[in-house]
Ligand binder design. Structure first.
Ligand code: SME
Length: 153
């Protein structure tokens, strides 16, 4: 099955499961689980949310995968860089990314997508790490950004 078709299926599943669900935690958990189930090479799939008490810091949210670090300051690693620029970042080789936070050496590439609230303020980032090199491209970017737009809370 082509990547685009997998994304179409998974986006439909996500929409069906989270319909009417007002808990952001439940929505994020659903996305983490269904994306992680859909792609074999997704090794860590989940959210870092903006800490309301420390606005320049991300704290780990719902995820699937091995233990992730708990907190990431804005500007640090790929997640922190995404939080700072508020744009999707694709990293083909994490080992070559300056300041990458290596929670698990099995991760080789990653994509991080910003999630905004209804006021357009950054609420979280979606971090997907892959065991493959160069796993992510414009197809992933468009599909994951579309999914993140459905999470507006
Ligand atoms: N890869 C991330 C760190 C978080 S985890 O790998 C779960 C980064 O450099 O932002």
């Amino acid at each position: 099955m082509k990547k685009l078709d997998i994304y179409k299926d998974v986006a439909q599943q996500i929409a069906a499961v989270i319909e009417g669900e007002t808990s952001v935690t439940a929505r994020y958990a659903t996305v983490s689980c269904l994306l992680n189930e859909a792609f074999e090479d997704f090794f860590w799939t989940g959210f870092y949310v903006v800490d309301p008490l420390k606005p320049e810091e991300l704290v780990v949210g719902p995820y699937q995968g091995t233990l992730g670090c708990l907190r990431i300051p804005f500007g640090k690693g790929v997640c922190g860089a995404c939080a700072k620029v508020e744009e999707t970042i694709i990293v083909e080789d994490v080992h070559a990314f300056p300041g990458h936070i290596a929670c698990d050496s099995r991760t080789n590439s990653e994509i991080v997508v910003p999630v905004f609230d209804k006021e357009g303020k950054l609420a979280a980032v979606l971090d997907v790490d892959s065991t493959k090199h160069g796993s992510f491209d414009e197809v992933d970017k468009a599909a994951l950004e579309a999914i993140c737009k459905t999470l507006l809370a």
